[in-house]
Write a protein that binds this ligand. Structure first.
Ligand code: FES
Ligand SMILES: [Fe+2]
Length: 340
C-alpha cells in the first residue's frame, strides 16, 4: 500500500467550471485539472510534452486543453489532438500522450488518484450527512505549512484547544477527562467521557440545556479526521477534514462543518462559518511554527498519555510510508485519563 493508492480532493466541484483549468499539487506531482467535453473532471500531469510549458497556464475549449506556448491541444485522455505547427499534416501518434490520472466526483468534491494500479481499490471517503435533509454543510479551505500527519493530529487533539483557542473553544480549568482510544482497521476511534461545561461560547449555544455531551473523534487512513459532537436533540455536529498532501511540508485542508441544529440550521450558517475559520486560522499559525522547528530539528516527539491518539495515527501513516497495509496492525484499545 502507498499514499498514491488513495483518492485526494483537488477542488470543489463548483470551482471547476467548464472552460477553466486549475493548477494543483498532489504528493509532489503537478496537475492540470479541467472538465472534458462530457463534463467529467480530467487530471493531466501539468507539463506539455513539447517544450515543458505548464498546461494549467493554457486554455480549455470544448473539453480540450491547449498549451499556452505553441498551442498543442490535449484531449481528456491526455492524447495530443492538434499541433498548430504541423497544420493539416498533423497525425495523431501513440507517443504523444500526456500522463492522465483517474478522477471521481463525490459529495461536491473532485478527487484524483495517482496510482494507476492501486493495491486496493478504495472509494473516496463519504462525507458524513452531506446533502441530507435536515443537515447543513459549511466548507472552508486552508493551507498549512506542515505535513498531513501533524495536521490530522491537530484536528483531533484536545489538550491544545485551551491554549490555541482560549475562550472560543475551551477554557483551561484543570478538569479531568477520560477517553478510550482504539486503533483498528487503519482507523483510530476516540470516545470521550466526562466532558461538560468546560467549553467556551462556541458550545454554549450548542448546549444551553446542559445535556450530556457525546463527543467522539476519528481518524481514517490515510488523511481524514472527523470530530462529532452531540448535545441533546437538534444539536449535532461533525467537523470532517481531508488533509491533502501538496508537498512534504504543505497541506491543503478541506473542512466540512456539517450540522443539524433543527430550526436554527439556516440562521447558524454565517456563525458556523466564522467560528470554523477563526479557529482554523489559529491552528494554521501554530502548525506553521511547529513546521519550522521540525524543518530545522527533525521530528522527535515526547509523549504524554493524552498523545495516545497521535501515536496511533503516526503508526498508521508510518505503515503506509513503509509500503505496508495498516489494517494489519494489531488492534489496540487504551483507556486514558488526562487534564484540560
Ligand atoms: S511547450 Fe506546449 S506547445 Fe510548445
Ligand atoms: Fe485547533
Amino acid at each position: 500500500m502507498q499514499f498514491a493508492d488513495f483518492w485526494y480532493i483537488v477542488t470543489l466541484s463548483e470551482q471547476l467550471k467548464s472552460n477553466t483549468v486549475l493548477a494543483r499539487s498532489l504528493l509532489g506531482e503537478w496537475l492540470a485539472i479541467f472538465r472534458g467535453e462530457d463534463g467529467q473532471p480530467v487530471a493531466l500531469r501539468d507539463r506539455c510534452l513539447h517544450r515543458s510549458s505548464r498546461l494549467s497556464a493554457g486554455n480549455v475549449c470544448q473539453g480540450a486543453l491547449q498549451c499556452p506556448y505553441h498551442g498543442w491541444v490535449y484531449d481528456r485522455n491526455g492524447k495530443v489532438i492538434a499541433v498548430p505547427a504541423e497544420g493539416v499534416d498533423f497525425q495523431p501518434s501513440q507517443q504523444r500522450q500526456a500522463k492522465a490520472y483517474a478522477t471521481k466526483e463525490q459529495d461536491g468534491y473532485v478527487y484524483v488518484r495517482l496510482a494507476e494500479n492501486p493495491s486496493v481499490d478504495f472509494a473516496p471517503f463519504s462525507m458524513p450527512h452531506y446533502g441530507e435533509a435536515g443537515w447543513e454543510t459549511v466548507r472552508v479551505i486552508n493551507r498549512f505549512a506542515n505535513n498531513v500527519t501533524n495536521c490530522a493530529e491537530n484536528f483531533i487533539d484536545i489538550p491544545h484547544t485551551a491554549f490555541v483557542h482560549p475562550g472560543v473553544f475551551r477554557t483551561s480549568r484543570q478538569q479531568k477527562l477520560e477517553m478510550t482510544v482504539e486503533r483498528e482497521n487503519g482507523a483510530v476511534l476516540v470516545e470521550y467521557r466526562n466532558e461538560n461545561s468546560n467549553l467556551g461560547w462556541y458550545t454554549r449555544f450548542l448546549n444551553r440545556e446542559g445535556a450530556e455531551i457525546k463527543h467522539s473523534d476519528r481518524f481514517y487512513m490515510p488523511n481524514i479526521t472527523s470530530v462529532e459532537y452531540q448535545m441533546g436533540r437538534d444539536r449535532h455536529l461533525f467537523i470532517t477534514s481531508q488533509s491533502i498532501p501538496e508537498t512534504e511540508n504543505s497541506t491543503l485542508v478541506y473542512t466540512d462543518v456539517t450540522y443539524n441544529y433543527g430550526i436554527w440550521n439556516k440562521l447558524a450558517r454565517p456563525f458556523v462559518w466564522w467560528t470554523a475559520q477563526h479557529i482554523i486560522r489559529q491552528d494554521v499559525e501554530i502548525l506553521a511554527i511547529q513546521g519550522e522547528v521540525i524543518a530545522k530539528y527533525g521530528t522527535q516527539f515526547a509523549h504524554t498519555p493524552a498523545d495516545t491518539i497521535h501515536v496511533f495515527v503516526e503508526s498508521i501513516r508510518a505503515a503506509i510510508a513503509r509500503g505496508e497495509d495498516p489494517r494489519l496492525l494489531p488492534k489496540q484499545s487504551v483507556k486514558v485519563t488526562f487534564w484540560v
